[in-house]
Write a protein that binds this ligand. Structure first.
Ligand SMILES: NC(=O)c1ccc[n+]([C@@H]2O[C@H](COP(=O)([O-])OP(=O)(O)OC[C@H]3O[C@@H](n4cnc5c(N)ncnc54)[C@H](OP(=O)(O)O)[C@@H]3O)[C@@H](O)[C@H]2O)c1
Length: 185
């Protein structure tokens, strides 16, 4: 567990119903809202959750894709994991290469409380394998993609997760929040 103040690492991604987080051609139109199709759902835009995020962590491929699509992380501090020398594009972005446990314990936890790991699949799987994920938040989009980039590969690790919250939206997206049982920490 992290030293200093208690921080939480949340793995957050949007997934298709069949478990993909990206199409093979990287296009993202599958994430478009189909409009109001579930009358019992809520319309909350998630602004409060976004406000509470202290830092984002992303893999280099997610970073490169985010730059192409239009930067969605505002001025919130963002750490990009890469072994390459990538051009620095924004003041809020820093790069990190090396041990991920050290990243969480020594670089992030002393500075940030609410840490959001926003993918991609490769980096998410590395964090999961190392037991560095405290919470998983999956936004399930109402679509099956058939192929693409799998969110979860073969981590070789069984892990139970406790359901923390479920929110169903009017547009048919469902937000599932899980936390790691406390005995694991
Ligand atoms: N649906 C969603 O919510 C969502 C979220 C995020 C991303 N995506 C999509 O997913 C795709 C990118 O995901 P991805 O899985 O291909 O790549 P990724 O996880 O974003 O980035 C992987 C890269 O991170 C670097 N890295 C350094 N240390 C690592 C470590 N210990 N473990 C893993 N990676 C490490 C490596 O880059 P270097 O070679 O630079 O060292 C590696 O190639 C994009 O299409 C993106 O748009 C979707």
């Amino acid at each position: 567990m992290s030293s200093g103040m208690r921080s939480t690492v949340t793995l957050h991604v949007v997934s298709s119903l069949d478990g993909f987080i990206a199409r093979t051609d990287n296009s993202v139109s599958w994430m478009d809202s189909p409009g109001d199709i579930y009358p019992k759902g809520v319309t909350d835009d998630g602004a409060e959750v976004i406000q509470s995020i202290d830092c984002y962590v992303l893999g280099s491929r997610t970073y490169e894709h985010a730059l192409q699509l239009g930067w969605p992380y505002g001025d919130t501090p963002t750490v990009v994991i890469t072994k390459r020398e990538l051009p620095s594009t924004r003041k809020s972005v820093e790069f990190y290469s090396g041990d991920l446990k050290r990243l969480v314990d020594e670089v992030l936890a002393p500075r940030y409380k609410n840490i959001w790991l926003v993918g991609g699949a490769a980096l998410g799987q590395s964090f999961l394998k190392l037991g560095l994920v405290d919470e998983i938040r999956l936004m399930i989009a109402p679509v099956t993609l058939g192929n693409g980039l799998h969110l979860f590969g073969n981590s070789g690790m069984e892990q139970k997760w406790l359901l923390k919250n479920v929110v169903a939206y009017r547009n048919g997206f469902v937000d599932l929040a899980y936390r790691r049982p406390p005995t694991d920490s």
